[in-house]
Design a protein around this ligand. Structure first.
Ligand SMILES: Cc1cc2nc3c(=O)[nH]c(=O)nc-3n(C[C@H](O)[C@H](O)[C@H](O)COP(=O)(O)OP(=O)(O)OC[C@H]3O[C@@H](n4cnc5c(N)ncnc54)[C@H](O)[C@@H]3O)c2cc1C
Length: 437
């Protein structure tokens, strides 16, 4: 008999949420994590008296989303969340609220009025035709809009596309990504609601920040896991998975379980599992990732006054979240902590990028440089798969018995922690269908 019912490879939020659900269903689970800590990219830690997150984070779809459903069903202790507030756009030194609806969009004078009209007309016709014209699913934002826009509009769209997909520009961003996001602005299908939505509704109303930083989500998951049902081994990298033999081997030991759940990069699977079918390996090889560089600044005083975050239209584009506005305990009293998230190309030299990013932040917002007392960089991969027109995603079910996948490269919907939560819900459905739970 195997030692465990399940082995979960990887202790990020996808692995931990899966562990929690399985343990609550009475299954014995072993979690194997290669780094020295649990949480993956859902973690916080101290830097010179400031508590930084692994990248700036805002939690989406918290009122009607998969994380809420998982929390309601499985969490014994829930994190406390505070509203995110507004999104602001910073461009050419000016700051304006993000134009979520038609009324605000028509007043958004950072872009020429003719192009604002053109974009809204295109969005409305695409939304209308999307379900009846399957070719639209293959199209990129640039395919539909062309290349004749002014540089400001192109920069704005490139910036939005980058943040919506986890890194792709206009030419690689599928139109489907924007239609997917639009769907969640209302839970009603009524035509009147849809029209009101386009005309007046503020987007992102159910977005939040967790008090105590994103570590508080990880802590809530771990503390909700029933005692004695799960074991955690950190600092153990899984080197080999043998699903037929129900064995997982790490640098330290071998472990057995009836079912193995892998939450690392699906594209790494061929290195860990022998004899995967070649078509499956080829599909996994098409998964694309992007890398991000986050700059955290500890500021001697509060420079970001607004409750909300800022989208800086560059290049380079940035997303700026002053996290201590949500929880003052993340910074020393009277000081401010802000995270600046940038996406950078794989081939770039990280040290050069760090220097350029710091210069660009100081230039974009005069007054920051002389107030900086802590600088900290993080080089991370935000999603295990970016949603571009050419990239692939893995499936929860693998072609191999006893081996399943979970994580942000197994689900297209949404982004980040919400996407991770969708992937966990998919996993639980598939395990149920297969009679594993
Ligand atoms: C800069 C940045 C900004 C972000 N902003 C947001 C945001 O605003 N909102 C949001 O919801 N999300 C955001 N995210 C994304 C979100 O944090 C991640 O998508 C999510 O945490 C991914 O969870 P995961 O468990 O799928 O993957 P991971 O956190 O990557 O976990 C995978 C784990 O598996 C381990 N592992 C891999 N291979 C092995 C192996 N062979 N053996 C043992 N262990 C292994 C890894 O060490 C890791 O701990 C952001 C991320 C970044 C980096």
């Amino acid at each position: 008999m195997a030692e465990y019912d399940f082995i979960v490879v990887g202790g990020g939020i996808s692995g931990l949420l899966s562990t929690l659900a399985l343990a609550k269903k009475g299954k014995r689970v072993l979690v194997l994590e290669k780094s020295g800590h649990l949480g993956g990219v859902c973690r916080s830690y101290d830097v010179e008296g400031y508590q930084v997150d692994t990248g700036p984070h805002i939690i989406t779809r918290l009122e009607h989303g998969p994380l809420k459903e998982l929390m309601d069903e499985y969490f014994t202790t829930k994190p406390e969340f505070v509203p995110h507030g507004k999104y602001y756009v910073r461009m050419h030194g000016k700051l304006k609220p993000f134009p979520w609806n038609l009324t605000a969009w028509m007043g958004f004078d950072m872009l020429p009025i003719t192009e604002r009209m053109y974009l809204i007309k295109t969005l409305i016709s695409v939304s209308h035709l999307f379900s009846s014209d399957p070719t639209l699913k293959e199209k990129s934002v640039q395919d539909l809009l062309g290349t004749g826009l002014t540089q400001d509009t192109k920069n704005f769209l490139d910036c939005m596309c980058g943040f919506m997909t986890g890194g792709a520009g206009m030419a690689e961003t599928p139109v489907a990504r924007f239609i997917d996001a639009e769907k969640y602005k209302t839970t009603s299908n009524g035509i009147f609601d849809k029209i009101m939505n386009v005309l007046f509704k503020e987007g992102a109303a159910d977005q939040t920040y967790p008090v105590g930083g994103i570590q508080s989500i990880t802590n809530s998951i771990i503390s909700s896991i029933p005692e004695h049902m799960a074991e955690f081994k950190t600092g153990e990298e899984v080197k080999k998975i043998d699903p037929a033999g129900k064995t997982v081997s790490t640098s330290e030991d071998n472990y057995t379980a009836d079912t193995i759940i892998y939450s690392g990069y699906a594209s790494d699977l061929p290195k860990l599992v022998e004899n995967l079918p070649s078509e499956y390996q080829a599909k996994l090889g098409k998964i694309q990732q992007v890398q991000s560089l986050t700059l955290w600044l500890g500021l001697k005083k509060k420079l970001f006054e607004n409750q909300g975050s800022e989208i800086w239209v560059g290049p380079p584009h940035a997303w700026v979240v002053p996290t201590s506005n949500y929880d003052p305990n993340l910074a020393p009293p009277g000081h401010q902590l802000a995270g600046f998230g940038f996406l950078i190309p794989w081939e770039s030299d990280v040290k050069t990028q760090q220097k350029n990013i710091l210069e660009s932040v100081y230039q974009s917002m005069p007054g920051v440089e002389e107030n900086v007392e802590m600088t900290h960089f993080q080089n991370l991969v935000p999603e295990k798969a970016a949603w571009t027109v050419t990239s692939e995603f893995a499936q929860t079910k693998t072609p191999v018995e006893n081996l399943y996948l979970v994580g942000t490269d197994t689900e297209r919907k949404s982004m980040g922690i919400t996407r991770a939560s969708y992937s966990v819900k998919n996993l639980l459905n598939v395990l149920k269908e297969d009679g594993k739970i």
